[in-house]
Design a protein. Structure first.
Length: 236
C-alpha cells in the first residue's frame, strides 16, 4: 500500500466524524486534500456542511470538489477542523507548516471546538523536532528577529541551523499572508510547549509551527491498519 493510500485511509476515517450541519475547518497539505475530496463526495450525495479553508490551495480544492465555503467573519465557532501534520507526539503536540499554511491553520484550529489530525504513521514521533520547525516571520528587521529566535532557542536548550525557505524559483517562499518562513533544524525539542511560549513573544515572529493543546484526536494510518489516539487529559 502506498503512502498516499494510507493518507486517504486516515482522511476517510475522519470524514466519518462529519455530521450534517457542521461548520468545518479544512486543513492544508496532501493528507488534508484527501479529506476535502472525500468530503466533496459526501456533499454531492446530499451532506450539508460549510467549510473554512486554511490556504488558497485548499480553497481551490474545496471549490473544485463542491464544498461550500465561508469565513471566520461569517461564522463564529467551527465544530471540527481536520488537518494533517508534519510530526505528532504522544501528547498530540504537533509540528505543522511544511506546506507553509501554519498561520491560517492555527487560526482555524483555535476557532474550532475539536481538531482531528490525520496522517500516515511516519508522522508519529516520540519527541518533536526531527522535522524542521517552520517559523513564519515578517521580512522587515529579519536580522533582529533571527537573533531573538536564537536567544529563545538558547533559553530552551535547543539549537540548529536556520534557513529561509525558498520557493522553486529560488526566491524566498512567500506565505498566503505575505510573510517568509524560517525552517529551524533543531533535531529534538525537549519542551515544545515552553518553546512555543518563547517564540510567541518575539515581535517579528508572526506564528510558528508548534501546535500545542489544539489536536484532540489523531487518526494514524499504517500498514497494520488505523490507530486512533486521543490526547491525554494532562501533559506528562
Ligand atoms: O503547511 C502545511 C500543513 O501544516 C500540512 O498539514 C503539513 O505540512 C502536512 O502535510 P502533508 O499532509 O502533505 O504531509
Amino acid at each position: 500500500m502506498s503512502m498516499d493510500d494510507l493518507k486517504r485511509q486516515a482522511a476517510a476515517r475522519a470524514v466519518e466524524q462529519v455530521r450534517d450541519g457542521m461548520k468545518l475547518g479544512l486543513g492544508t497539505g496532501s493528507t488534508a486534500k484527501h479529506f476535502v475530496e472525500l468530503l466533496g463526495e459526501r456533499v454531492q450525495a446530499g451532506l450539508k456542511v460549510i467549510g473554512v479553508p486554511t490556504s488558497e490551495a485548499t480553497r481551490a480544492d474545496a471549490e473544485r470538489c463542491g464544498v461550500p465555503l465561508t469565513t471566520l467573519e461569517e461564522v463564529d465557532r467551527l465544530d471540527l477542523t481536520v488537518d494533517g501534520a508534519d510530526e505528532i507526539d504522544p501528547n498530540l503536540e504537533l509540528i505543522k507548516g511544511g506546506g507553509g499554511a501554519l498561520l491560517r491553520e492555527k487560526i482555524v484550529a483555535a476557532a474550532s471546538d475539536r481538531m482531528i489530525v490525520i496522517a500516515d504513521e511516519s508522522k508519529w514521533v516520540k519527541t518533536l523536532g526531527r522535522f524542521p520547525l517552520p517559523i513564519e516571520v515578517v521580512p522587515f528587521g529579519l536580522g533582529a528577529t533571527r537573533r531573538a529566535i536564537e536567544a529563545a532557542f538558547a533559553e530552551n536548550n535547543v539549537s540548529g541551523q536556520m534557513d529561509i525557505r525558498k520557493a522553486k524559483d529560488g526566491h524566498a517562499f512567500v506565505t498566503d499572508g505575505g510573510h517568509w518562513i524560517i525552517d529551524a533544524r533543531l533535531g529534538q525539542i525537549p519542551d515544545s510547549a515552553r518553546l512555543a511560549v518563547s517564540l510567541n513573544s518575539i515581535p517579528g515572529v508572526v506564528e510558528h509551527g508548534l501546535f500545542i493543546g489544539l489536536a484532540r484526536t489523531a487518526v494514524l494510518a499504517g500498514p497494520e491498519g488505523i490507530r486512533v489516539v486521543e490526547r491525554p487529559s494532562r501533559r506528562n
